[in-house]
Design a protein around this ligand. Structure first.
Ligand code: ASP
Length: 347
């Protein structure tokens, strides 16, 4: 008989484990034992389930690169003892954490499934129960002794998404996540249907923890009317190392002289600038419009079809581990964990 899979469930906080504070009426994280007592069904899943909780569970608005590092470290410490991992996490920044873990856990060969909910587990209409139960089943799923999903993924409302391709798209619907530029990895109905062609193939490398993330970066979203004073002030932030420029459409930015000179001054003083689109689908296309071509003539890096969340994590990771802008640019021209589609013409 095949051995049962073992899964480690890690509780970090988020709505799934929150309850109303009697005095303030506000939602606050509660303790993990209480949460588990509300989903006794998890003990019936066909796997060896172990659990672990942050000492102080948090709302995911309080996530940080240090906590991503601690989570990655936790997984690395227990990597050999489990077949898969489930992280219970607030939905607000779940896509950021999933993206960060993709870069921190390189060579990952086991499922790391993040999930949470829009309604607390103690509420009768909660979406949390199904999310936890199916996430554990996915983390435990194996074929011929090998994990079915050897990557970081988000499971929410019947769908499994690649962690580094996902963003939170809805604050009110149970169907809160979306992966516009990459197919879903699985859909759960009567059966869990895995999209094997979209799931990452097992990695032949050993797990390599990459925890050096540079936090001194900023996301600058362009808007009509943005002033020179604002752009100059941002580019001159003391200690700033990199900027994710969220541009219009297929990567377009103002081609007015003041903007272009802000960009070239920023590049001249060593900042790394990455161009991604504000659109939720599609990619930055080089040289389609006059407004992109000016940016393309500079050393601004093309972020192609990456989400804001993945670009942020990738920039933090590459700034933390590379010593030259060339190496960082090369990193952005490579899909490190399936986070980006590099057009054939760039390869
Ligand atoms: N504010 C919560 C969090 O991200 C929202 C949620 O869990 O859905 O922690």
């Amino acid at each position: 008989m095949a051995q049962r899979s073992s899964v480690l469930l890690i509780y970090t906080g988020g709505t799934i484990g929150m309850a109303k504070d009697e005095q303030s009426g506000l939602l606050k994280p509660v303790n993990f034992d209480h949460l588990l007592s509300l989903v006794p069904e998890v003990r019936q899943i066909d796997c060896e389930l172990s659990t672990m909780s942050f000492d102080t569970p948090i709302d995911s608005s309080n996530m940080s690169p240090e906590i991503w590092g601690a989570l990655a470290q936790l997984i690395a410490t227990h990597y050999d003892n489990y077949d898969g991992f489930v992280i219970l996490h607030g939905s607000d920044t779940m896509a950021f954490t999933a993206s960060a873990l993709c870069f921190m856990l390189q060579g990952l060969n086991k499922p790391v499934i993040l999930t949470g909910s829009q309604l607390p587990i103690g509420i009768i209409r909660t979406d949390g129960k199904e999310n936890i139960i199916t996430a554990i089943e996915i983390a435990a799923a194996k074929k011929n002794g090998l994990p079915l999903v050897p990557e970081v993924a988000i499971y929410f409302e019947y769908r499994l998404y690649r962690g580094s391709r996902t963003y939170k798209s809805n604050a009110a619907h149970f169907d809160a996540f979306h992966s516009p530029n990459y197919p879903e990895l699985a859909e759960a109905g009567v059966h869990i249907n895995y999209n094997h062609t979209a799931i990452r193939k097992p990695d032949s490398r050993p797990l390599n923890l990459c925890l050096k993330f540079e936090p001194n970066i900023v996301i600058l979203k362009l808007f009509p009317g943005i002033t020179q004073e604002v752009v100059t002030a941002i580019f001159n932030i003391e200690g700033l190392k990199g900027v994710i420029l969220e541009t219009y459409g297929s990567g377009n930015a103002p081609n007015q002289p003041w903007f272009l000179s802000c960009v070239s001054n920023a590049l001249a003083k060593g900042l790394v600038l990455v161009n991604i689109t504000q659109c939720t689908s599609g990619a930055v296309e080089s040289g389609r419009y006059e407004t992109t071509s000016e940016l393309n003539k500079t050393a601004v890096i093309n972020g192609h079809d990456m989400t804001t969340e993945a670009s942020l994590a990738k920039l933090m990771y590459l700034l933390g581990s590379c010593h030259s802008r060339e190496a960082i640019k090369k990193g952005f021209e490579t899909s490190i964990c399936g986070e980006v589609t590099i057009p054939a013409s760039n390869e």
